[in-house]
Design a protein around this ligand. Structure first.
Ligand code: NAD
Length: 456
């Protein structure tokens, strides 16, 4: 039986020893992480094949490669980010120096989901280490092979008092959440995000919530329809639709509806052959419970592509649904599977209005070659982030912070944003002793007059 409290107390003690704070230490830790990922690549690939039937290509491109790139990016810039920053001095503060010291929070908790179970546990860890923290990682129990690989990889390079992995399900999470962590980084569903935030509130622990929701994909009449269909088919059916920023549903302009659908069908066949169920690299649904939840959506509207499934392998064909309304079950919650409802619209205002009336999505995608339409959507609709003329791609660059808004989450990470997320910027003013400006004191004769001149 793992004693979470003991791990936490030991990490607190280790953090207070100052061991994790030098940039040399952080850089060595990141280097060790990169080497361990490279060494254990075959075990990571094998675990993801077992947990989700991910191909080596998918595992490298969406789990391993992205982490290697993130470590390189952070490592190159860390010395600069970690330096105290001098800020401008206000006229009223003549003689002083203002500094911001980037300081680690302390001991942080990272709770990860199952859909990209390796990447989403390790990516926040890179930020936590870069900022100088100790960390406890709780991987998802729904991908047990990957969870075991994470545990063995981390214990092979770090002492538990620095970075620990605590494997387990809800009870484990619940028990960890009773501890007064200095920061919590949670990736998962909206419902559990609320539970985590409530637990964090008990200790006033700051947190990042990387959640989900229904991410719209709008295809305007002037889009490059064939290319749009190809990119959407890739992004939607990648990981069998089990991607937080997968296009959840499509809004296509009526005038191009039929043409777009024919391109979309063509793209699905090109990517997965005529029967994805027989494609040995096609990802399966993570668990029976999720598989059955998805089958329910097949009752909605008309199936115009796919719709077949295999209960023994937990695979569902890439499926397109039309004749869908917002009253259908498939439009009531995040789909998180290879089912894509297609709705149509006549004017862009109509879609903007509909999306505005829903919770803020994590991502939004617009396919259009009209700058006016693009600017209108970017400025009038609220969403975490997204792409114009693409899907998913914005998540894979360390230059763009990634995060949600409203019910799709709070905070952002990747690249510098990860460092900032796990950093407390301590503001310090250094005062001079050479002179003492008299007008701050209430007994100064001209004090009030000078203050009135300065504060305006
Ligand atoms: P989940 O919320 O069920 O679980 C996430 C983690 O929380 C797991 O480690 C789980 O063990 C733990 N957990 C579950 N119930 C808990 C509870 N009651 N109390 C405390 N901890 C609990 O999410 P999931 O099913 O693993 O992942 C799918 C969801 O995550 C989708 O909604 C998806 O959109 C979202 N997601 C978001 C991002 C992002 O970056 N924004 C990335 C991936 C997934």
């Amino acid at each position: 039986m793992i004693d979470n409290k003991l791990i936490f107390d030991n990490q607190k003690q280790y953090f207070n020893s100052q061991a994790t704070k030098s940039t040399d230490f952080r850089l060595r830790a990141l280097k060790a992480l990169k080497s361990a990922i490279l060494d254990k690549e075959p075990q990571i690939v094998d675990a993801l094949r077992k947990d989700l039937n991910k191909s080596e290509f998918d595992t490298f491109s969406t789990e391993i490669g992205i982490l290697l790139e993130e470590i390189s990016y952070v490592t190159k810039r860390l010395q600069k980010w970690a330096r105290p920053r001098k800020v401008t001095t206000a006229l009223t503060h003549f003689g002083t120096k203002g500094l911001q010291y980037p300081e680690p929070y302390g001991v942080v908790l990272i709770v990860a989901p199952w859909n990209y179970p390796f990447q989403l546990a390790i990516s926040p860890l890179i930020g936590a280490i870069a900022a100088g923290n100790c960390a406890v990682i709780k991987p998802s129990e729904l991908t047990p092979n990957t969870s075991a690989v994470i545990a063995s990889l981390i214990s092979s390079i770090y002492d538990e008092e620095y970075v620990a992995v605590v494997e387990g399900a809800v009870e484990t999470s619940t028990s960890l959440l009773t501890l007064p962590f200095d920061y919590i980084f949670f990736t998962g569903s909206v419902g559990v995000g609320k539970v985590v935030m409530e637990a964090a509130a008990k200790h006033l622990t700051p947190l990042t919530l990387e959640l989900g929701g229904k991410s719209p994909c709008i295809v305007h009449h002037d889009a490059d329809l064939r290319l749009a269909a190809k990119r959407i088919a890739w992004g939607k059916f990648l990981n069998a639709g089990q991607t937080c920023i997968a296009p959840d549903y499509i809004y296509v302009q009526q005038t191009v509806h039929d043409t777009f659908i024919s391109y979309l069908k063509e793209a699905i066949h090109t990517l997965y052959s005529d029967n994805a169920l027989a494609n040995e690299d096609y990802v399966r649904i993570v668990a029976k419970r999720h598989f059955e939840r998805l089958l329910d959506f097949l009752q909605d509207g008309d199936i115009i592509e796919g719709g077949r499934y295999d209960a023994t392998t937990l695979k569902i064909q890439p499926t397109l649904l039309t004749n869908i309304t917002w009253h259908d079950k498939v439009m009531q919650e995040e789909i998180f599977g290879p089912i894509l409802p297609i709705l149509s619209y006549s004017s862009l205002e109509e879609v903007i209005h509909t999306v505005q009336s829903k919770p803020h999505p994590l991502a939004l995608y617009l396919f259009s070659t009209d700058n006016k339409a693009v600017n209108k959507v970017i400025h009038q609709v609220e969403f975490g982030g997204g792409c114009i003329n693409d899907v998913i791609y914005h998540i894979a660059t360390p230059y763009l912070p990634f995060g949600g808004k409203g019910s799709s989450g709070m905070g952002a990470y990747h690249g510098k944003a990860s460092f900032d997320t796990f950093t407390h910027y301590k503001s310090v003013l250094k005062q001079t002793n050479y002179f003492d400006i008299p007008f701050r004191y209430p007994n100064n004769k001209f004090g009030l007059r000078i203050l009135k001149m300065l504060f305006k």
